[in-house]
Write a protein that binds this ligand. Structure first.
Ligand code: TRP
Length: 518
């Protein structure tokens, strides 16, 4: 396939909007705040900043530089750098990211449901949730759980997959057109939310919790694992998408500058989103449970429900909040759809329409699994429905381990097998700000050592405390207890499917014979 057929970004602004659109997502608006709260506010943001500068930016430069130099999607560019083993890591990253995308899109489906509900009784007083132990919960808590225990989300999930297909139907051209609208709107909505939050009585007190460092908690490796995986997730690293996006850049692009701009825009957004969320929480004296989904679907919405000005304002802010989540989520999920589609097109030379149709149909089925409405835990101490429980268990492996494993492997492959200095010489040729020997040290030693440390620690903790999810068993209705008693089942499924598919894609067909070096 010639360079021209692959497409190219129309402008640098278009690329930066798309890359930051991929980076800015649910991770920024709610996961960051939920993580920060879980680890005690100030205990989180220092490890988070260290992770941003020591791991996030250097790895983003690596992923951009790789795509820019090979002008190919992730598996093929890693193939060029490190042979079959590299290619396998590339496909595995995409498969792991696909698992994340499946439930990410389910969450976006629920967001659509909340948006639709805002026109109905979502913001009314209370709603009956007969399938759960409490007969009625205050809205939007109640609305969320009654939606979850129905089949409606299947329709919403279908809609979100359809939108994804539409947005990438002509590759970077349609993505660029969409992000030019989505990303500026996201910033505007976020700024409106912050102003509303900070001008509430006591709103600014939340900031103390967010910004007072806690050095004691920082001794706990769990905080570091949380910060490292959050950085990978929020910057879209380890998904294979940044390499795909950078492969559509003109030859003279500045990878270092692009990476620094994208990460700063992303983390700036995340930071101010933290201000908005924490100020709303404090103004209404709410205790966010650690769960990220709770934060998104009923803690923050509960705050919105109490905003002054009466129902019209509540509904307006509610609609804006859910629309913000939807736009932010869509501009992230399309990056993976594009990253995987372009990898399949590059290797198997299928048509874009065919690759997208197959992927969206499979994706829809996968995401529908996370909407399964059977109530497994009527007391709601843990996840209430089957879909939610499967989501939580899958997230634990694909998010907290998968992304870090990809990060570790890509640094080792590019650092040692390929030789990172070859890459940074290429990057330096078109960059204003030059990388040097210190960058070798980061990619070859420092980053792998840090990631390895938290991974080994985390695996040891799983053995020590029992696999994640085991403790759910006590709350689950007897018919469903197997799910919590065998979290190994989810772990095994995730490993088997991702490794199997990645091996299949690597071994089938070959890249040779197709093109001269770019
Ligand atoms: N960076 C996104 C966020 O913070 C996450 C993300 C990036 C993502 N690419 C993705 C999620 C692809 C799903 C699919 O939310």
């Amino acid at each position: 396939m010639s360079e021209k057929d692959r497409g190219q970004w129309g402008s640098k602004v278009g690329f930066i909007l798309a890359a930051s659109g991929s980076a800015i997502g649910l991770g920024n608006i709610v996961f960051f705040s939920a993580n920060a709260y879980k680890f005690g506010g100030g205990a989180f943001y220092l490890p988070y900043f260290i992770a941003l500068f020591v791991i996030g930016m250097p790895v983003m430069i690596l992923e951009f530089g790789l795509g820019h130099s090979t002008r190919r999607a992730f598996p093929e560019s890693l193939h060029e750098a490190a042979g079959k083993a590299g290619e396998f890591v590339g496909w595995w990253a995409l498969m792991n990211a696909s698992f994340i995308t499946l439930y990410y899109i389910t969450i976006l489906g629920w967001v659509v449901g909340m948006f639709v509900g805002s026109f109905g009784h979502l913001w009314a007083e209370a709603v009956a949730t007969p399938k759960f132990a409490m007969d009625s919960l205050p809205n939007p808590h109640g609305y969320f759980f009654s939606m979850l225990s129905s089949w409606k989300p299947v329709v919403y999930v279908a809609l979100v997959w359809f939108l994804n297909g539409i947005l990438v139907r002509r590759g970077v051209a349609t993505i660029e057109a969409a992000v030019k609208v989505f990303v500026p709107l996201m910033w505007i909505f976020m700024i409106v939310l912050i102003i509303r939050g900070l001008t509430l009585p006591h709103g600014t007190q939340g900031l103390w919790l967010l910004f007072t460092p806690n050095f004691e908690v920082m001794k706990d490796p769990a905080v570091w694992q949380g910060a490292f995986s959050q950085i990978f997730f929020t910057l879209s690293l380890g998904f294979g998408v940044m390499t795909a996006y950078a492969s559509y850049l003109p030859k003279n692009s500045d990878s270092t500058n692009n990476a620094i701009l994208t990460s700063l825009m992303n983390c700036g957004f995340e930071y101010i989103a933290g201000l908005a969320v924490f100020s709303i929480l404090f103004a209404f004296a709410m205790v966010p449970q650690a769960s990220t989904l709770a934060m998104m679907f009923f803690i923050v919405p509960k705050g919105i429900g109490q905003l002054p000005g009466g129902e019209p304002w509540v509904i307006a802010f509610g609609l804006m909040f859910f629309l913000l989540l939807l736009l932010a989520g869509l501009s992230s999920s399309v990056s993976l759809v594009e990253g995987l589609a372009s990898s399949l097109i590059d290797k198997f030379r299928v048509s874009r329409a065919k690759a997208l149709t197959v992927f969206c149909v499979f994706g829809f089925v996968g995401s529908a699994v996370f909407t399964l409405p059977q109530v497994v835990n009527p007391g709601l101490e843990n996840d209430g429905t089957m879909g939610l429980t499967l989501l939580d268990l899958t997230d634990h492996w694909a998010f907290s381990y998968g992304l870090l494993i990809v990060g570790l492997l890509e640094c080792l492959l590019l650092g040692w097998a390929f030789g990172v200095s070859r890459l940074w010489r290429h990057i330096n040729a078109t960059s204003r700000w030059h990388l040097g020997a210190w960058y070798d040290a980061l990619i070859k030693f420092v980053i792998p050592a840090l990631i390895l440390f938290v991974l080994v620690w985390a695996v040891r903790a799983e053995f020590r405390d029992g696999l994640y999810g085991l403790s759910y068993a006590d709350n689950f209705t007897s018919g469903f207890r197997w799910m919590a008693q065998s979290p190994l089942f989810i772990l095994g499924f995730w490993l088997l499917v991702t490794v199997g598919l990645a091996a299949g894609f690597t071994l089938k067909g070959s890249y040779t014979s197709k093109r001269g070096k770019a």
